[in-house]
Design a protein around this ligand. Structure first.
Ligand code: COA
Length: 260
């Protein structure tokens, strides 16, 4: 499919999705959200692709939020609809059967911070700045920020960030658990692609089932989560990749996983 606002580069089993509106700090307008939903559907069904990296075009921004021009004219019902459309994208990312790495190359504000939080692993440039500045516009986050932020950093830090609208630097984001690693700006994409390639060599079905277990488990109690894990463990035992992984270990060689 042809996209106007995003780029997709494929390198072997890794796809890099770049949000490409650098003149508007890669702000998420309706077209970008729609294209990203289509792109994640496309990447999910692409059998060659095993891991996805998301980043922003240009040197300044990952994504500087929802498009404020579009927000400025919304009425209540349009606001609900806009929020729901964005939330579907965020859930689709978590529901992907493939790991999604967020390579945060600059400002990740509002919807940009929410997009980052919807990914599985967050790598940040040492120049990145994150935050939920919606309150400074007289609004609230609409793409899951009030929910995912406290789950990641705890209630106190989340409320501080949400209620002040302040930006935090990458190092502080690392300290509070909002990002998982900070790397020098110029090596961000090499780091992200290196991590993606390493995961692309692992067993795709097992990667998918780990995601399912973690995301399901976070929504339920420990016992139910562990029951769910046992069932997925049973499922993974039926895969060719399980046979290959264990056999390769016993034969002292590297496994070759085929996603079957
Ligand atoms: N929506 C729409 N346009 C945006 C945008 C957004 N969220 N963020 C930046 N832009 C646009 C600016 O309007 C400007 O467009 P213009 O050149 O046509 O005037 C362009 O991107 C460059 O932004 P600018 O503000 O000039 O860059 P800066 O380096 O001075 O500041 C930011 C960068 C990210 C700090 C600043 O753009 C900003 O605060 N953006 C809004 C962040 C926000 O509140 N996000 C939450 C939205 S719900």
């Amino acid at each position: 499919m042809d996209y106007k606002n995003i780029l997709i580069d494929r390198e072997e089993h890794v796809a890099v999705l770049t949000i490409n509106r650098p003149d508007k700090m890669n702000a998420l307008n309706d077209d970008v959200i729609a294209e990203m939903r289509a792109a994640f559907d496309e990447l999910e069904s692409d059998q060659e692709i095993r891991v996805i990296v998301v980043t922003g075009a240009g040197d300044k921004a990952f994504v500087a939020g929802a498009d404020i021009k579009e927000l400025s004219t919304l009425n209540a019902l349009q606001g609900v609809a806009k929020s729901e459309r964005g939330q579907v994208l965020m859930f689709n990312i978590a529901n992907m059967n493939k790991p999604v790495i967020m390579a945060i190359n600059g400002f990740a504000l509002g919807g940009g911070c929410e997009l980052a939080m919807a990914g599985d692993i967050r790598l940040a440039s040492d120049k990145a700045k994150l935050g939920q500045p919606e309150i400074t516009l007289g609004i609230i986050p609409g793409y899951g920020g009030t929910q995912r932020l406290p789950r990641l950093v705890g209630k106190g830090k989340a409320l501080e960030i949400l209620l002040t609208g302040k930006m935090i630097k990458a190092e502080e984001a690392l300290q509070i658990g909002l990002v998982d690693k900070v790397v020098p700006h110029d090596s961000l994409m090499d780091e992200a692609k290196g991590l993606a390639k390493a995961m692309a060599n692992l067993a795709p079905i097992a990667l998918a089932l780990i995601k399912k277990c973690v995301y399901y488990g976070l929504e339920t109690d420990l016992k139910s989560g562990c029951t769910f894990e046992s069932l997925q463990f049973g499922a993974v035992c039926t895969t060719d990749d399980m046979a290959e992984g264990t056999k390769a270990f016993l034969e002292k060689r590297k496994p070759e996983f085929r996603g079957k």
